[in-house]
Design a protein around this ligand. Structure first.
Ligand code: ADP
Length: 577
């Protein structure tokens, strides 16, 4: 189809050029030969006239009109030319074709008028007398410089044309042969031009259909040959790139199927596009094609996760339980493809070990608590009865036992707070009263130091929402630290509200915390100065408990401290609505 139309275009172009050239050539050749012919004939007639003048003049002078007429008729017949003699008034004196008496006055014929002025007149016009188109030449007949009459010679145009027609036919024949030859040439030229283009077109079609080994070989060394070479080069490159891509794809498929994690990609609508073997094992299904994720994973948490990823176009990690196993699911939105990719990492084992560790800690703590309380009781009894020296040792034993009891209690508190489903009795809590209570508990300890405690929270400060026991535990821990790490000065409590949240501050003028330790103090068992903490009966668990309680209340805790000047903890809690 394309070959045909391109061929027609090229060949048609040639055809148009050749035909218009031929037409142009014929038109101008005809035109110029015709002109040439007329001019030559005119000259010929003029020469004839000049020769005849000598014969006619004497007859005219003698006014022998009958002789003149027969002379003219005779000669005219012989040379196949019409001869007319006219006097100065335009009266026809003799004519080779007609009877001069019957002819009208010729004075106003253009060639006669011209001759009467003394020049050679020439016209090509219709003869009224003969009813034919004729070529006329009028020559003045002069006698001593005076015009005596006009000699007119004329030829039938049809005679001229007959001759001319023969010539024209010959020219047309030659032109026709040249035209045919050019067309044959144009045909082959167009075909040769189109053939390589056709070869290139069909090769590109084959290439597009996936035949990467296709090649084009052209014989001629021209621009098209260059194009064919580039085409072959391009085909080679495409072939190579495709091989590379399929190799990469195979490699990637190999990696994806061999990884231990489940992997799945899905489109915006949640329809699964790719998945690996592990994923099929996780969802316990092999019929995955064209399914949506909710047909395979019915866990509502997973659905919520997908909705969020789709809406926020972010990356989310969450723990999801499927068929009694726990997975760390990481969902990523792939922007360039508008797809979601999810990996499933099995953490059941890790969670089990963690649970075993937790259970172990809780069991050990429980088992230790009773003997430790018993030891403490007996030591206190023995201490009362002991002498000065032994009392010193009993005191040391008592201190260490206290520390152990503290650790055991803190560990039990932490384990309890870390439980997933923890019971919380939330109600409206007046912070000022709660802090008053905490301060009261520490009255005894505070009185031994040079410290002033101020509760600056107003009684009308709006109540917060929380579990009374746990919030007390929180502020007891913070107060405990403040008292432990402050020798003199003051400890003050303040509260303010911002962004619909309650902020409760405890500020001391103690030893402070070095800036490099600030980010770590909420970690379990982290203490800044081990020996000091131990001496104070610290466990390194207090602030972990605080952090847990704050989180359970959907709040937050921040710390600011300047070593040597004091520390400020700020707890934010939601108001009770
Ligand atoms: P500890 O039982 O040792 O007090 P915490 O978890 O309560 O353990 O605190 C961790 C560490 O943070 C403490 O060892 C102490 O060095 C530091 N710290 C906590 N509160 C204060 C405070 N108010 N002033 C100075 N240091 C503090």
């Amino acid at each position: 189809m394309m070959k045909r139309s391109l061929f027609l275009k090229v060949f048609g172009g040639y055809l148009l050029i050749v035909i218009s050239l031929a037409a142009f050539f014929l038109f101008f050749t005809f035109q110029s030969t015709q002109n040439f012919y007329h001019t030559t004939l005119s000259h010929h007639l003029e020469n004839l006239g000049t020769t005849l003048k000598g014969e006619i003049k004497p007859l005219l002078e003698k006014e022998n009109l009958a002789q003149l007429d027969s002379f003219v008729k005779n000669l005219g017949n012989q040379i196949n030319t019409r001869i007319t003699v006219i006097d100065v008034q335009g009266k026809v004196l003799a004519d080779s074709e007609e009877n001069p008496q019957l002819m009208e006055n010729h004075k106003f014929r253009p060639e006669i008028l011209r001759a009467l002025e003394g020049y050679t007149g020439q016209t090509l016009r219709f003869s009224k007398t003969l009813q034919e188109k004729m070529l006329y030449i009028g020559l003045p007949l002069k006698e001593n410089g005076e015009i005596k009459g006009v000699l007119r010679l004329s030829l039938f145009v049809k005679d001229i044309n007959r001759l001319f027609f023969n010539l024209r036919t010959e020219i047309a024949w030659i032109a026709g042969i040249i035209l045919i030859l050019s067309l044959v040439g144009a045909f082959f030229l167009s075909r040769n031009l189109i053939r390589p283009i056709h070869k290139l077109t069909s090769a590109s079609r084959r290439l597009a259909e996936g035949d990467y080994k296709t090649k084009v070989f052209l014989k001629n060394r021209d621009n098209l040959k260059e194009l064919a070479d580039s085409f072959n080069n391009m085909a080679d490159r495409i072939h190579y790139s495709f091989a590379q891509i399929s190799y990469q794809k195979e490699k990637l498929n190999g990696i994806v199927s061999s990884i231990q994690d489940g992997l799945v990609t899905m489109d915006q609508e949640g329809k699964i596009i790719h998945q690996n073997k592990r994923f099929r094992e996780i969802v316990q299904s092999t019929e995955i094609k064209d399914k949506h994720y909710w047909e395979l994973i019915r866990e509502p948490g997973f659905g919520r996760m997908m909705t969020r990823v789709r809406k926020e176009h972010t990356e989310i990690s969450e723990e999801i339980t499927l068929n009694n196993r726990i997975y760390l699911c990481k969902a990523t939105f792939l922007k360039s493809w508008n797809e979601i990719m999810v990996t499933f990492h099995d953490i059941t084992q890790i969670r089990n070990v963690e649970q075993i560790k937790k259970d172990f800690v809780v069991n050990v703590s429980h088992e230790l608590r009773t003997p430790l309380t018993a030891i403490k009781g007996y030591v206190e009894t023995l201490e009362e009865e002991a002498d000065e020296k032994n009392r010193y040792y009993f005191n040391i034993i008592k201190k260490h036992t206290d520390r152990l009891i503290n650790i055991v209690n803190d560990l039990l508190s932490l384990s309890e707070l870390e439980e997933k489903e923890i019971e919380m009795e939330t109600k409206k809590i007046n912070i000022r009263d709660l802090i008053d209570n905490v301060v009261k508990i520490y009255n005894h300890k505070v009185s031994k130091k040079d410290i002033q405690v101020k509760n600056q929270i107003k009684p009308e400060f709006p109540p917060v929402k929380g579990d009374a026991f746990r919030l007390e535990q929180l502020f007891l821990n913070l107060m405990d630290n403040a008292v432990k790490y402050t020798e003199k000065g003051q400890i003050s409590f303040q509260a303010y509200q911002k962004n619909n949240q309650a902020y409760i501050q405890i500020q001391d003028s103690g030893i402070g915390i070095p800036s490099q330790a600030l980010s770590r103090i909420f970690e379990r068992f982290y203490v800044v100065d081990k020996s000091r903490s131990r001496k104070m009966g610290g466990t390194g668990l207090g602030l972990s408990i605080v952090k847990h309680i704050v989180r359970l209340h959907n709040g937050d805790i921040t710390v600011k401290s300047t070593p040597g000047e004091g520390t400020q903890f700020t707890v934010s809690l939601p108001f009770s609505s």
